[in-house]
Ligand binder design. Structure first.
Ligand code: FAD
Length: 447
């Protein structure tokens, strides 16, 4: 293998590489550390070399060299993924895409960018012409668009637009293959699903065409409640109010808000909280709805102060887990979607059943035209067996769990092997070199 790597290094002299072992080890990591189950399983997994292509021609050159020498490639954006998606299981090349940062164009309602563009950068650029990202993970400040598409699922904005995998939320992708003679293939329409959320095993995304949403002035609001289920019902009701435009409806059962030290003065002990982002034209309607559910508005920041002081978005989605873990590292989490017909009933049943072992953190999202509670519950972790019991209990009740404690793609959110993705995989990665070890069906064919 060493000679192969030397050959690789020699072939890539005009492309930036990193071989310093400390740097390579750092760039082999992601945020799977949120999972006590994944940490021991991924310990010590490092790449051999980091390669940083500046453009698609360089990506093709790296791909051709790796295909010829049968060296695995693990693609990396910002490395903020939570499932060890960009931790290399079999060494090889870490392909760092962060130099490919060009915003190719922004038109009304759509943008085309290179894969390494940061979500916040695209958002800012689009806002200049009245548009913004439809949805973004709470890591938007650092995460790349290629990493979001290959490894993420939705986030801030999903209450309005649904998830990334929903038809229409991704318009086109350009991917480089790992064939003997690598090509760049453009996928449009439903074909984008061949690569969407494929964890970099189905080609290297070099460009993305993504639809945008209207850029509203977003106000940030905290509402507190004495009763958790009242807070949850308020969230559902605000979600259902189609005329009120919102970007985040996050509901936290006590004691979760106590992990948000910066918000302490707005959330009294033992109360439950809603963190909201609402379009300013809809704000006038909010106090009436809050009153109907017996809540208290304790904090409100106008859109014109966005970017100053507190940023409520960075307490929602998986940032909630980040804040909780900064206080208590034994805390981990689940990712759930409750069924549309009996969502809140099940939320209540599971809230009562698990008590503080599984603390409720709801994120309302739109699924197939209906607003449902999704959740990133915080779990007080004891053992892997107990964690699996908790997961199975939810599933038996009809809650969908995208298990964040596995690095096997089919065992996470996907559940089944998508035959279209598989067919595409066989074509673009004939030697099984792309992020090997992450899929059940396709094992690394060399060694
Ligand atoms: P990486 O972690 O670098 O990569 C993710 C996956 O994509 C890997 O499998 C990698 O191989 C692949 N990949 C990266 N670039 C390419 C490319 N160009 N071509 C092919 N494959 C590629 N996720 C959400 O969906 N919603 C959230 O709200 C959310 N909140 C988070 C909060 C915290 C605190 C943390 C730590 C994570 C959160 N995440 C969330 C997960 C993650 O931050 C996002 O999914 C993010 O968009 C990933 O982007 P990245 O550039 O860091 O990708």
């Amino acid at each position: 293998a060493t000679t192969n790597l030397d050959t690789l290094h020699a072939a890539l002299t005009d492309i930036e590489t990193i071989t310093d072992p400390n740097q390579v080890a750092k760039l082999s990591q992601d945020y799977h550390t949120f999972s006590p189950v994944l940490v021991p399983k991924l310990a010590g997994k490092v790449g051999d070399i980091v390669v940083r292509p500046a453009n698609e021609a360089e990506v093709i050159k790296v791909a051709a060299t790796c295909a010829k020498l049968r060296i695995p490639i693990t693609v990396r954006g910002a490395g903020t993924g939570n499932y060890g998606q960009c931790v290399p299981m079999h060494g090889g090349v870490i392909l760092d895409m962060t130099k490919m940062q060009e915003i190719l164009w922004v038109k009304p309602g759509v943008a085309r960018v290179q894969a390494g563009v940061k979500l916040a950068t695209l958002d800012k650029k689009a806002k200049g012409s009245g548009w913004e990202m439809r949805m973004a993970p709470s890591t938007y400040r650092t995460a790349t668009i290629g990493g979001f598409i290959a490894g993420g699922s939705g986030g801030i904005g999903s209450i309005q637009y649904g998830l990334l995998g929903d038809r229409g939320n991704l318009l086109a992708l350009r991917v480089v293959t790992l064939e003997d003679e690598p090509r760049a293939i453009e996928l449009r329409g439903d074909d984008v699903q061949k690569v969407n959320h494929a964890w970099g095993i189905n080609g290297i995304i070099t460009e993305v065409e993504i639809p945008l949403g209207s850029a509203y002035p977003w106000a940030e609001v905290i509402v507190t409640f004495d009763n958790f289920m009242t807070a949850a019902k308020f969230g559902q009701s605000l979600g259902n109010a189609d005329g009120m435009i919102k970007k985040i409806i996050s509901i936290f059962a006590s004691p979760i808000p106590q992990y948000f030290s910066a918000l302490q003065q707005y959330i009294p002990d033992s109360t439950h909280a809603a963190l909201l982002m609402i379009a300013e034209p809809s704000l006038e309607l909010l106090p009436g709805l809050v009153q109907q559910y017996g809540g208290q508005i304790t904090y409100q920041k106008p859109a014109q102060e966005a970017g100053k002081g507190l940023n409520l978005a960075e307490f929602t989605w998986n940032h909630t887990t980040l804040h909780a873990r900064s206080v208590d590292t034994s805390i981990t989490y689940l990712q759930s979607i409750f069924p549309a017909d009996k969502g809140l009933e099940l939320v209540e049943e599971l809230y009562d059943y698990f008590g503080e072992e599984v603390m409720m953190h709801l994120e309302f999202i739109r699924v197939n035209g209906r607003v449902v509670p999704a959740a990133l519950q915080l779990v007080r972790y004891t053992t892997e067996t107990r964690l699996n019991e908790i997961i199975h209990y939810h599933e038996a009740k009809g809650v969908f769990i995208a298990n964040p404690h596995t690095y096997i793609i089919e065992d996470g959110g996907r559940k089944v092997i998508d035959p279209e993705q598989l067919k595409f995989k066989e074509m673009v990665d004939p030697y099984g070199l792309m992020n090997p070890g992450k899929s059940k069906v396709l094992e690394f064919k060399v060694n």
